[in-house]
Design a protein around this ligand. Sequence first.
Ligand SMILES: *Cc1c(COP(=O)(O)O)cnc(C)c1O
Length: 435
Amino acid sequence: MQFYSTNAQAPLATLEKAVVKGLAEDKGLYMPERIKTLSDSFFDNIENLSFQEIAFTVADAFFGEDVPADDLRRIVNDTLAFDCPVVPVTDNIFALELFHGPTLAFKDVGARFMARLLQYFIHKEGDEGNTVNVLVATSGDTGSAVANGFLGVDGIHVYVLYPKGKVSDIQECQFTTLGQNITAIEVDGVFDDCQRLVKSAFMDQELNAHLKLTSANSINVARFLPQAFYYFYAYAQMKKRGLADRLVVCVPSGNFGNICAGLFGKRMGLPVSRFIAANNANDIFYQFLQTGEYNPKPSIQTIANAMDVGDPSNFARIYDLYGKNHSSICADISGATYTDEQIAQTIKKVYFETGYLCDPHGACGFRALKEGLRENECGVFLETAHPAKFKHTVDQIIGQPVNIPEKLAEFMKGKKLSVPMTKEFADFKQFLMTC
Ligand SMILES: *Cc1c(COP(=O)(O)O)cnc(C)c1O
């Protein structure tokens, strides 16, 4: 399958090129040339299939022409080494829990899939001797998902650049304690410095002649498309409960990659009635739905900080998917936006009324369903991270300490290992030249 750029200026790319390059030459996002509709018999029988079987069928539609079935099945099975259960919160609102992976957030799915697909291409090229180096700048969560997704994957080394003192202890330990093929680089600067170092490295010819460099950005097709897997699995679980007839799916959104994968699912025939995009105070998409105008703004800091995005990169994909038509977008997606106060109030109310503890992102999703569901509709919101990842915030809201899951506690016990770095590119380059 070929991939085209949303900016329509770059040539078509093979899957391998789209994965290795991430962004097209014209700075557009890659889109699959075709979106296949899955068969009626697949949907008729979906509630009897395992998560891995469902995911393989979805993966095959996008990657099956480029990756042999046996390899693709192994990649899918390795990726999904954990469950994504649907859990009831109220009579008609359910949480799709995406936090049972290694770093307790949904980004594990895409990061693990991309690592394994990249490894497949390295083997195919017979290029094992030539390590691929993944550079990633993080303000917290992306670094942990990518580092853990690639941990122990042969032939790939990951460098995570993060701003010194600007990442929470819980986040930091998830990528600084791993060792093996993961190197954490603690930059004496802010997140923008980290991002600038990574961008400069990709543009430096001498460095690129010395090392094979790639990114693992969230806009990568190999990170973004696999997120469709769990929408199908959620549908299967709701169908098993007899509640899938008028299903609304609500996605707490920042860069809009996650919801975009769900919209691809709908295009493949997934019988979801409609989607809701739940925003925090960063309401650019919400405003677009109301007015038809897309006006990026500087991001505002909120307690649902993984959604603090002022210019969602995957907007270009959604716009393209719907033929740049505002009313077609509005027919499938509605929006909601919540202040920090409303998010906190929701976490508290849901916890004390139902016993279910949402994280700040999931709370936006719950509330948007609570306010937006019509009669006879059932809703599933994506619980995108475990509340313990935002322990400081959540403890204060509910007035009691959140339990830290074993997996997270293990990270916190590990020994922190990181390479100190200035924010000067010359220093970073010299470091990489000796790797
Ligand atoms: C990344 C992230 C989001 C936002 O997802 P997008 O795909 O960027 O819209 C929401 N919640 C959590 C916990 C995240 O880490």
